[in-house]
Design a protein around this ligand. Structure first.
Ligand code: NAP
Length: 468
């Protein structure tokens, strides 16, 4: 058994397989320590926007300093869970090729070659930062970095910082850097819906720290809260309408400047994109030394950014909060299945997998956080645990004597049609620029509730599979 990636998915899978006696398991991790996105995203203010009672494994309690844990807490938690696991660090899997004759995956890694009966990919959707190819960027004379590769060597005190993007990461780091920087200019393409974050510190005697029963009850409460968010805002249009009115009223209360308020008002229906949680974002952008620019970026100059209206915005540092290559999935790992078929080729017009986990023609491969498994409102850790349970059943079939476990093309195809129908029928049809691949498919989001996904992945239905 081989796994690639030691973030939340890989660690969860490693821990689950460790409970079974399924032969040798090895996790390969390209970095020098485990942790995935929580190792990589060290930007100031980095924290979870899902309460940690829900954003954690059901089988491992955490030590959280706040309701919405900061990055350091989550990384420490993950390292704790990963501690007993057989992880080979500093080793990237570059190629995985299916050997049909011997029914094994042959893997090439940066430290050598290995073979395994089963391969679990746990590479995440948010591991490869996306930096837009802005004209003139290479001529900029100051430091430039992405929020997921924060350059802590750059002192932002007294500097003019240009921030590109106003998504989940930017709304966390802008409030954190604004007090030190001389000027922060946020270049915003579309305004997010931001609602207050009901965060609070946990004292030593907080119930969430002392009582497992309390943590479980909190988990159930937050699950309901996010399920309601997912369902209510995308399926019940009057509720979405009321939310939009309430959001506008909140903006009016928090932002006095009418020009700024207009720029901060989202122009897309709620539910298109993740609703963001922050009690600091509006206060930060209302500061006199912070500006929000909505003009399109025309070019980067050696000392700033010029927008399409001709205005030059001077900057000493550029920080990209522009998200990730979310549709590349296993890339840059090259995965070759039966009859020499490349997964990237198979997914050329958009990734698809049965329940987000298994792919016809790629036996004994289990994908975690695969296509159509992202949740706009909820906990990805919940989704990962569902996938781990499901994939573990597949691996158990192998341990019980099957040489190969391969999803039937009909089962995968029916599932894919259902996903595209449901996604196409939802609020997301109004937000095509964000989610569709060039061929028009929606490949990231799960269209249902977390509970539905748990129910559908609870049973590994042998009728959906071919066994060799
Ligand atoms: P993001 O939420 O996808 O936001 C990216 C931002 O960059 C958006 O404002 C986007 O504008 C803008 N952008 C992208 N390309 C651009 C371009 N070429 N020119 C101008 N602006 C551009 O990315 P993120 O903030 O890095 O977050 C990524 C993911 O991490 C999200 O899915 C989020 O859920 C997750 N995250 C989670 C947590 C957590 O606590 N669980 C915390 C941080 C991040 P548009 O909106 O117009 O596309």
């Amino acid at each position: 058994m081989v796994q690639s990636g030691a973030g939340f998915g890989g660690i969860g899978m490693g821990a689950a397989l460790g409970e079974d006696d399924l032969g040798e398991v090895t996790l390969f991790e390209k970095a020098e320590r485990p942790g995935g996105v929580w190792r990589d995203n060290t930007y100031p203010g980095a924290a979870c926007d899902v309460p940690s009672n829900l954003y954690s494994f059901t089988f491992a309690a955490g030590e959280w300093s706040r309701r919405f844990a900061p990055q350091v807490d989550i990384l420490r938690y993950l390292e704790g869970v990963a501690e007993p696991l057989p992880i080979r660090l500093d080793t990237e899997v570059t190629d995985a090729t299916w050997d049909d004759e011997r029914a094994v995956w042959r893997l090439r890694t940066t430290t050598g070659e290995v073979e395994a009966e089963a391969l679990v990919s746990a590479c995440g959707q948010l591991s490869r930062p996306a930096v837009p190819d802005l004209p003139g960027l290479d001529r900029f004379t100051g430091p430039v970095f992405h929020s997921a590769r924060w350059d802590h060597g750059v002192d932002l005190r007294g500097r003019r910082v240009a921030v590109v993007g106003s998504g989940a990461s930017a709304i966390q780091f802008v409030p954190a850097i604004a007090p030190d920087a001389a000027q922060v200019t946020v270049f915003q393409r579309s305004a997010p819906y931001v609602i207050p974050k009901p965060d609070r510190p946990y004292g030593r005697r907080a119930l969430s720290r002392r009582s497992r029963t309390w943590s479980r009850a909190a988990r159930a409460f937050w699950t309901g809260f996010f399920e309601f968010g997912a369902l209510g805002l995308t399926a019940i249009r009057p509720l979405a309408g009321s939310f939009t009115v309430a959001h506008r009223a909140m903006l009016r209360l928090q932002v006095r400047d009418t020009g700024l308020r207009a720029r901060l008002a989202p122009d897309h229906p709620v539910g298109c994109k993740r609703v963001l949680l922050s009690s600091e974002w509006f206060r930060a952008v209302a500061r006199p030394d912070v500006d929000v620019v909505t003009e399109r970026i025309a070019e980067v100059t050696p000392d700033g950014i010029r927008t399409a209206d001709g205005t030059h915005h001077p900057a000493d540092v550029i920080v990209f909060g522009t998200g990730f290559h979310t549709q590349d999935y296993l890339a840059p790992m090259r995965v070759v299945g039966r009859e020499g078929q490349e997964l990237s080729e198979r997914w050329r017009d958009g990734a698809r997998a049965h329940l987000g986990v298994t792919v016809p023609g790629f036996p004994n491969l289990f994908v975690l956080y695969g296509p159509t498994t992202n949740v706009g409102s909820g906990s990805v850790v919940h989704m990962l645990e569902c996938q781990v349970r499901y994939a573990r059943e597949g691996v158990r079939r192998l341990a019980a004597g099957a040489r190969t476990v391969e999803v039937r093309a009909e089962a995968a195809s029916a599932y894919d049609v259902e996903m595209q129908d449901r996604l196409g029928d939802s609020v997301w049809t109004e937000c095509t620029n964000w989610y569709r691949t060039e061929s028009g498919r929606i490949t990231n989001n799960w269209p249902g509730t977390m509970r539905e996904y748990a129910r559908r992945t609870a049973v590994f239905d042998d009728a959906d599979y071919l066994f060799g």
